[in-house]
Design a binder for this molecule. Structure first.
Ligand code: SF4
Length: 280
């Protein structure tokens, strides 16, 4: 991928994601249009020599008879899948230990296959309960899986330095929207983020962070359910369930795009403001 494409991707200026919740509806609509075009029967000929009553009945029934019989195929991911709803409800009432255990044994998305094959453990997150800041990234890499910690290496150091610059004694909890590693560090896919989101949402509820620092468009999309890019949403303070939420660029992106560090500094100042401001 070219450098320009990388930058556009990080800034959220590449093609907009289609919300997974409406994908089945879009598929059904497209199939319906095709079916009408292909299967619509010719209008029934009007019968001759019938009584006026029979002719009236024929006219009344004709539109119904000429309608194509169309049964939409079952959607791949129903918008309101009762099984998924039930899973989300179960996760939403788990305590901390139950949540960690559920993540460890999760098979809800295809990423579990490589995790099991490589005998890996998901990275749940690290830090204290009731942190000042909860930092959210995208997915762990192989090193982070091995050490069971998110945000390691050069990107992790940069993040630590950035956070130390606004408050050395902040209690920071770090986690990712995906708990398992993606192949070759590829971006999280919408369906994976959707399956992992109930874990993250319960994790936030139990942790009760004072502020959320959300890095990158995938983490952003998971929490705020929006297709707006980072470059737009970082311009002002957001909220997730009344928790102040500051949007910024992932440290991996900042390592490749040094000029944007000044923007990240503005985001950090906004984050610092949430630590002293009264809760909304
Ligand atoms: Fe489960 Fe999340 Fe791992 Fe997918 S990434 S298998 S949803 S824990």
């Amino acid at each position: 991928m070219s450098r320009r494409a990388l930058i556009l991707e990080e800034l959220g200026l590449n093609p907009v994601w289609v919300r997974t919740a409406i994908l089945p509806e879009l598929q059904i609509a497209a199939q319906a249009v095709q079916a009408v075009a292909v299967n619509a029967p010719a209008p029934a000929p009007r019968p001759q020599g019938l009584s006026p009553v029979a002719v009236a009945a024929h006219q009344a029934l004709a539109p119904l008879v000429s309608q194509p019989k169309f049964s939409p195929p079952p959607a791949a991911i129903p918008a309101n899948d009762p099984v998924e709803d039930e899973r989300s409800k179960r996760i939403a009432i788990m305590n901390w230990d139950e949540l960690q255990s559920a993540v460890s044994s999760c098979t809800a998305c295809p990423l579990c296959q490589s995790r099991q094959k490589n005998n890996e453990q998901p990275v749940f997150g690290t830090g204290p309960m009731q942190p000042s800041i909860m930092v959210l990234g995208e997915a762990p890499d192989a090193d982070e899986i091995a050490q069971q910690k998110p945000f390691l290496g050069e990107a992790g150091k940069l993040l630590d330095n950035m956070l130390a610059a606004i408050s050395e004694d902040s209690l920071v909890y770090k986690a990712n929207i995906l708990k398992c590693r993606t192949p070759n560090k590829r971006n999280p896919q919408a369906a994976e983020a959707q399956q992992c989101a109930p874990f993250l949402k319960r994790q936030i509820e139990l942790l009760q962070p004072k502020s959320l620092f959300v890095l990158g468009r995938f983490a952003l999309k998971t929490l705020l359910e929006t297709d707006e890019p980072v470059s737009v949403l970082r311009e002002k303070l957001q909220h997730y369930k009344q928790i102040p939420l500051v949007v910024s660029y992932p440290p991996t992106y900042l390592l490749r795009n040094l000029p944007d560090k000044s923007k990240a500094w503005q985001d950090l100042l906004r984050l610092k403001g949430t630590l002293t401001a009264p809760l909304v």
